[in-house]
Design a protein around this ligand. Structure first.
Ligand SMILES: [Zn+2]
Length: 96
């Protein structure tokens, strides 16, 4: 009987012997969202809190890029909500 460690090592050996990119990702697939699900997701975006989290994450990324000097402090950008497709303007909060 094989142990879990032996099984992992055997599968890693098979993958490395086949080379990267040779083994297809059979477990992953993408499918379009059903229209009813898309409408439900868009309704959920009606609450201001759902967009607040999205804006906060984008602002955190912008703050990091401003700190690194990759963007000016007065930079702003527009992000699109992946659920309701509305546009949200985001600017960094960092000031020097
Ligand atoms: Zn939304």
């Amino acid at each position: 009987m094989l142990t879990r460690r032996q099984m992992l090592l055997a599968s890693a050996t098979i993958v490395s012997a086949a080379g990267p990119g040779v083994v297809p990702a059979l477990a992953l697939s993408t499918e379009p969202m059903a229209p009813a699900d898309a409408r439900a997701m868009a309704l959920a975006c009606g609450a201001a809190a759902s967009h607040a989290e999205l804006v906060a994450e984008a602002r955190l990324l912008l703050d990091g890029e401003v700190k690194q000097g990759l963007l000016p402090a007065n930079y702003d950008t527009t992000i699109v909500c992946p659920f309701c497709r509305c546009s949200l303007k985001v600017a960094p909060e960092i000031a020097f």
